[in-house]
Design a protein around this ligand. Structure first.
Ligand code: FMN
Length: 433
């Protein structure tokens, strides 16, 4: 059977996503961002297009790094989570039956027992369709919302994350799949010999268990991750079933792909256990030139201050004060996302502009063209060892999803590159088919 690509949609509980001005576009809907109907309609449309799943990117706070406050971010419409995705996802689950549903939750800030409990509950209720986007968190402001002075050192965060996931995996196996007996006549509800303590004791994490929740249709939620640092890649190689990659050019994507897949073996896994999906945005038009015009119009809506504020947020560096005299990593310290730093650097060397100018440009891979042109580019990346599929990040929400589902998905299906029907029921089955 020919290899099929995987498609996952990047969502926010708000109007904005990857474009610093996309919310100003006439097709951007702002009236329903706090309405369940927005998220239900999106989920249904993505399921109709046979997407593997969708997930909410998230932040546990309001970015106030740029210029030392949240003014630039709030005034200009930065990426803000206006609702807790864990409250929105069940609504989407109830309206769909196949689409994968992901939440971003932090191993640094959240208690492992609580994480295990809420994620597995949703996985059971959705019949095995949940993904956990595991983050270690990248800002002090979030740490301060949870009573810490700042983030622990980056490698230590990943060490803790390993323990959190080890503990959670044990909690998720508290009940054997055949533990329920439900025999009214004999008066046996469940078999206690098939329920187990976790008894996990690590350096940072301790939890006893058992969790009072049985395994789900897919056993437990799918693990997803987006860290790009050396330690982040090791973590991904050990645990991740989906990696959200942010690399710019084909050569960089191929290098990342080969590197990460090559790391899986030492954790007793194979390259096939991990799907690497590249962040991609599209501007689509009936012809290439119409698409170019649309892109130009969209870019005319960019709010420069927000472009730079978004970079400040992702890097954990106030870019109003960064003069480029030291490497960005030195300015990032404990904060920030390596993937964003890599992307900006890749743009800076490709376009021969300095880091600050590159940061202003934004960090999204954007494909522009007719559905055929966009499909050609996706196909090329997919067949040339650059990725296993894509994380579609909207520039204008929800119009970007709508256009992609209406025009590019059928083109990919015609080429035999993407499923026309779901073969399985659970998210893990979608990812393995
Ligand atoms: C493309 C991309 C998307 C990410 N999305 C989120 C997110 O929504 N929420 C979050 O807390 N962290 C997010 N992260 C941060 C990573 O999960 C990770 O915690 C961070 O990048 C630090 O690890 P690293 O230095 O290994 O990259 C994202 C990172 C990348 C590269």
């Amino acid at each position: 059977m020919a290899r099929k690509m995987h498609l996952v949609a990047y969502l926010k509980t708000g109007p904005t996503a990857m474009h610093a001005g996309g919310w100003r576009h006439p097709q951007a809907r702002l009236d329903d961002i706090l309405e369940p109907s927005r998220y239900v309609a999106l989920a249904k449309r993505l399921e109709e297009a046979r997407f593997d799943g969708c997930f909410f990117a998230d932040l546990f706070g309001l970015y106030d790094i740029h210029g030392g406050g949240f003014d630039a971010y709030v005034r200009n419409g930065g990426q803000i989570s206006f609702l807790d995705p864990m409250v929105v996802l069940p609504v989407m689950a109830a309206a769909t039956s196949r689409l994968g549903l992901g939440a971003t939750l932090s191993t640094t800030l959240f208690n492992p027992y609580h994480l295990a409990r809420s994620l597995l509950s949703l996985d059971v209720l959705s019949k095995g369709r949940v993904a956990w986007n595991i983050v270690t968190s990248a800002t002090d402001l979030e740490a301060q919302n949870f009573g810490l002075e700042g983030l622990p050192e980056k490698n230590a965060r990943y060490d803790r994350a390993d323990e959190v996931v080890e503990a959670i995996m044990k909690l998720w196996q508290s009940w054997d799949p055949d533990a329920f007996v439900l025999d009214k006549e004999r008066g046996i509800f469940a078999d206690p010999s098939k329920v187990h303590y976790a008894n996990y004791a690590g350096e940072w994490v301790r939890t006893r268990g058992p969790l009072s929740i049985p395994q789900s249709a897919q056993g437990h939620p799918v693990l997803m991750q987006a860290g790009a640092s050396e330690r982040g890649r090791e973590f991904a190689a050990r645990w991740a079933e989906v990696v959200f990659a942010a690399q710019r050019g084909k050569a960089e994507m191929q290098a990342f792909y080969t590197d990460l897949k090559g790391r899986t073996e030492r954790y007793g896994r194979t390259a096939r256990d991990l799907a690497i999906l590249v962040q991609t945005s599209c501007v689509i038009g009936e012809t290439d030139s119409i698409a170019e015009e649309r892109k130009a119009y969209l870019d005319s809506l960019v709010i420069d201050e927000l472009s730079l504020a978004s970079a400040s947020s992702s890097l954990g560096v106030d870019m109003t004060r960064y003069d480029g005299s030291k490497p960005i990593e030195a300015a990032m310290g404990n904060q920030g996302m390596q993937g964003t730093a890599d992307l900006i650097r890749q743009y800076s060397s490709a376009e021969k502009v300095d880091f600050r100018q590159a940061a202003k440009h934004g960090t999204t891979n954007t494909l522009v063209g007719s559905p055929k042109t966009v499909a050609d580019q996706l196909e090329d990346l997919f067949i040339s060892g650059a990725c296993d599929g894509f994380i579609l990040s909207p520039l204008v929400a929800p119009a970007s999803y709508e256009e992609f589902c209406n025009s590019v998905v059928p083109e990919l299906q015609r080429r035999g590159l993407f499923r026309t029907e779901y073969e399985g029921r659970t998210l893990r089955e979608h990812l393995r088919s």
